[in-house]
Design a protein. Structure first.
Length: 135
């Protein structure tokens, strides 16, 4: 299982464009499809994120790359969140998708966190979790 825990965001700032770090990822695991040997069931992931607040909303952009020994895929996602507990599902259920949530750290930084599934060029699908800290 892949999961991430975050604190609820208490309020959107009127305007702010924090800088997000390079992110933390679980090692994505094989979730179906083709093109995977028995010893390639765990892959690797990396990505980037941007976050921009405007009045009562947040623009979220996310790029994730997942790979195994022989294939990779990069997928970009973007959404606008207008509520504190709003979860964004982007993509499609049978291919590459992401569920992301906006939250905060105990010291007031913003978090963009969630889970992803990426379909690699080989046809293999990998799932994992991510967290970006933005300040």
């Amino acid at each position: 299982y892949h999961y991430v825990m975050i604190n609820q965001l208490s309020a959107f700032p009127a305007s702010n464009t924090p800088t997000c770090d390079t992110g933390v990822f679980t090692a994505p695991t094989f979730a179906g499809g083709t093109g995977v040997s028995a010893d390639d069931r765990v892959g690797r992931a990396r990505g980037s994120a941007t976050l921009a607040f405007a009045e009562k909303s947040a623009a979220l952009k996310l790029s994730i790359t997942a790979a195994n020994a022989g294939a990779s895929a990069t997928q970009e996602f973007s959404a606008t969140a207008s509520g504190f507990l709003q979860t964004q599902f982007l993509g499609n259920a049978s291919g590459s998708n992401v569920m992301m949530q906006l939250g905060s750290t105990a010291d007031g930084k913003y978090l963009l966190a969630g889970t992803f599934m990426l379909a690699l060029t080989s046809g293999a699908k990998y799932v994992g979790a991510f967290k970006f800290c933005c300040s």
